[in-house]
Design a protein around this ligand. Sequence first.
Ligand SMILES: C[S@@+](CC[C@H](N)C(=O)[O-])C[C@H]1O[C@@H](n2cnc3c(N)ncnc32)[C@H](O)[C@@H]1O
Length: 273
Amino acid sequence: MNDQQFRQLLNRYEFSWAGYRKVRKGVKKRIHRYMKSIECNTMADFLTELDRNNDVRDHCERLMTVSISRFFRDRALWQGLKERILPEFMDVGRKKVRFWSAGCACGEEVYSFKIIWDCMSNTYLHVPELEVLATDINPVHLDRARFALYPPSSLKEVTKVIQSGYFKQKGGKKLFEVKASLKKGITWKNHHLLSDPPGSDFDIIFLRNNVLTYYEERLKKRAFRNVLKSLAPCGILVLGSHEKIPFETTDLTGVEPYPYVFRKIESRSDCIT
Ligand SMILES: C[S@@+](CC[C@H](N)C(=O)[O-])C[C@H]1O[C@@H](n2cnc3c(N)ncnc32)[C@H](O)[C@@H]1O
């Protein structure tokens, strides 16, 4: 498949060329294999099949997803969460905090969040119950997340202390599994970020390195509106470190000093800034 043909495919889904620049080779290979398996020998045939058959369209969309992630990706964010952002939820008599990882891939950011939360429970007297919803468009990623078995490369930002406290070595010590207690209290759900939100009033939402990277502007805006709708007043929204809000909005205010962390405001006086 040449670049021009790949662009035709991206256009069909309103995916952005920029988002696929680094991962193009691997994605092309997967699609090519799939085209052969359904006996589509040309891109023109394949595009016709995509228009005709929703199953093919959905399957191809899943093959275009990229699961690259790692524990504690963007180290400054995790330090900021622990030291500056999450403390406002602690020791204030709150019963529950609702966290949504939107586009969670194989669970790395979900378990990272749970580790941070667990570490904080050693520092604070009252830590609210954490309710976690983790969603992804790709069921294969969700299965891997439930399984929670990772290669060493996923743990390159994990300190030795965290590794020994929260992971077990498996598979002749070549893989790391997260501790069973971390797997509790997580709802894994298949969900497309262009469809209705899977819940409302989330206190913290992570929307990192997915729709805002891989979609063209129109779809970025649509997905982002859905996510914003489901964020509770004063809730925290975290984007990927290189991502931006896709439209002007007065509903969010920046959380200093992180250009990719925002707080939802109902009326400015209601929120801690
Ligand atoms: C590159 S990973 C990012 C994982 C994690 N959020 C992080 O930042 O490390 C992108 C994930 O988003 C998922 N994804 C892409 N488009 C999506 C959509 N429209 N709805 C839900 N999930 C989507 C992919 O399946 C993939 O698992």
